[in-house]
Write a protein that binds this ligand. Sequence first.
Ligand code: SF4
Length: 323
Amino acid sequence: MLTDNLNRKIDYLRISVTDRCNLRCRYCVPSAGIAKLPPQEILSYEEILKIARIATAKGISKIRITGGEPLIRRDLVFLIKELLRLPGIGDLGLTTNGVLLKEFALSLARAGLRRVNVSLDSLLPDRYRWITKRDYYSRVQEGLIEAERAGLSPIKLNVVALQGFNDDELLKFALLTKTKGYQVRFIEYMPFGDGYEPQFSSFSLAEAFSTINRYQKLYPVQGDGVAELYRFPDARGELGFISPISRCFCPSCRRIRLTADGKLRNCLFSDEEIDLKCALREGGSDAEIEQLLFKSVRKKPPGHMLQDRSISNYHRRMPLIGG
Ligand code: SF4
C-alpha cells in the first residue's frame, strides 16, 4: 500500500479535472492571469479513471474532485458515477465555487455524491464581487439552497481567512451555523508566490476562535479531517478552523494530487512532479503506472516548511493544482 518514508499512509487523492474557472479570485489568480492549458493536455475521463482504479487498488480510499472549477467540465456527473463504482473507494468529495451548483446539485446527488464543499469568502455581495471579479453571489446562494434540497450533506463552506478583507465577517459566518447545518471552516491563507494584487495575508485563526468564543462559548466536536471543529450548543452546524501554517498538519498528511494535465504532486508546496499522462499515452501498463505512484510517494517531503522559507514563485499556480 502507498506509504511514504515517514510511514504516512497515503489514502487520499485530490484530482483536478480542469484548469478553467469561472471566477478570478484575487488571491488565487495572479493579476497577470494564467495561461490556459491546451485541451489536448487535459486528462480524459478514461485516463483519470485508469489512474484512480490503480490508485484505489493501492490504498487510496478517499478522492476529492477539484479544478479550477470542476463543474465547468462537461459530463462531470459521468466521472462521479464511475469513480463511485471503483471497489476501493470509500469517500468521494467535490470542491466547487458554487456558481453552477444550482444546475448540477440534483444530478450530482443522483450520481451518488453525498456531500459538497463550497468556497465562499464573503457574505456581502459587493465584497464577493471584488474578491472574485465576478457578480455571481446570488447564484452561489441559490446553489447552496439547491444542494440542501438535493440532500447533499454536510455542506461545507470554505472561507479563506484574509486579513483586512473578511476578518470582520467572523460572527456572520459563525452564526450561519445556528440556522444552517453547514460546516463553516475558516482556512488560513497560504501564500502561493508573487504577482497577486493585493498581496494577501491571513488573519489569525487563534484570535478568530477567541473572538467567536467570547461571543458565545464553543464546544469541541470530534472530526475526521484537518479541521478543528466546534459547535455552539444551540447550533445545527459546526465551525471549523484549518491552520496549515500555524498548526501545521503535515506530519499526518495522507494526500497526493493529480493535476488536470496528468502530473502527480506529492505535496501542495513541492514542485516535484511525476508525469502520468505521458506514461499513459505511451501505452504504460498498470504496473508501470503503479510504480510511478510509489515513486512519487517515496519522494513525499515531510511538509511545506512554509514557516522557515518564503516562496517567491512556483512554476505551478493554484488553479493548476486544485488546492
Ligand atoms: S503542505 Fe504538503 S505535506 Fe503538508 S499537508 Fe499539504 S500536501 Fe501534506
